[in-house]
Design a protein around this ligand. Structure first.
Ligand SMILES: [Ca+2]
Length: 287
């Protein structure tokens, strides 16, 4: 169904006085280069190749070295049917990346690019950190704009957003195509046709560049990331803000609309319990 413009105010209130994000300085030196790892435990990098650790259970039929794969569907097609951490190298990309592959969510082959579930990771990060990725590969994380760019430009991908509220209600929003433009275009969002039962809270962001607290590319007079406390493809400002502050319990009280929200599902003043963004090749779809 076509989505009607939401009636809820999606722009931040005009600040009465200058607002200073409280955690920027403290976290700006906690940047992670190149690969997703644990914020709390950098030893994750020292573990064996993830494809060996997680793929062995489902690939006993082959002795060939596994990975890196072009994406999680590639891994699935190679017999790695277990969800877990895999090593991925997109075509034409000069980088390896650790990703979580969801091989269980029907029909499997999903590459997770974002996940929230317990508030354990701070998503109020600067541009460079959003570019490279951060968080815990088996928990909350952001894969990184550069990684998402390489993944989504090696073919046609669709985006699946899964959402769960605090009463356990689960919904989804799927976009028939999904890709990012390169950093020179500030990772502009390109999404295709919506379908799902969550409501469409992302099409309004289509064609928008990514904004972080230190890089304002949004349509608002101020910087949306300052008020909504996360990086996103802000317009002026948001119908969705899955990188916002994870508030326990749903309804939250805050000066600004800064929760983890999907406005067309539970509104902007409700912070969702679990959200995931994942991608999968969709060769039959045009942009
Ligand atoms: Ca702005």
């Amino acid at each position: 169904m076509p989505q009607h413009p939401p009636q809820r105010p999606q722009h931040p209130m005009t600040p009465v006085r200058a607002y200073h994000p409280p955690t920027y300085t403290r976290n700006s030196n906690n940047q992670i280069t190149n690969e997703i790892q644990s914020d709390q435990n950098s030893k994750a990098l020292l573990q064996p190749l993830p494809t060996m650790a997680y793929g062995a259970q489902s690939s006993s039929s082959t002795d060939k070295p596994s990975g890196p794969f072009k994406d999680c569907l590639h891994a699935l097609e190679e017999g790695h049917a277990t969800s877990g951490m895999y090593l991925v190298k997109p075509e034409n990309a000069n980088r390896l990346m650790q990703v979580w592959c969801d091989q269980r969510h029907d029909p499997g082959g999903w590459t997770v690019i974002q996940r929230r579930l317990d508030g354990s990771v701070n998503f109020f990060r600067n541009w460079e950190t959003y570019k490279q990725g951060f968080g815990n590969i088996d928990g909350e994380y952001w894969l990184g704009l550069e990684h998402i760019y390489w993944l989504t430009n090696q073919g046609n991908y669709k985006l699946l957003v899964t959402l769960e509220d605090w009463s356990g209600r689960k919904t989804f929003a799927e976009y028939a195509s999904f890709r990012l433009e390169p950093e020179t275009e500030f990772y502009k969002l390109r999404v295709g046709r919506y379908h799902g039962n969550a409501g469409d809270s992302l099409t309004w962001h289509n064609g928008k560049q990514f904004t972080t607290l230190d890089r304002d590319h949004d349509m608002y007079t101020g910087n949306c990331a300052h008020y909504q406390k996360g990086g996103w493809w802000y317009n002026a400002c948001a119908h969705s803000n899955l990188n916002g502050v994870w508030y326990r319990g749903g309804h939250y009280r805050s000066r600004y609309q800064d929760g983890v929200y999907w406005a067309e599902f539970r509104g902007g003043a409700y912070s969702l319990k679990k959200v995931t963004m994942m991608i999968r090749p969709n060769p039959n779809t045009y942009h």
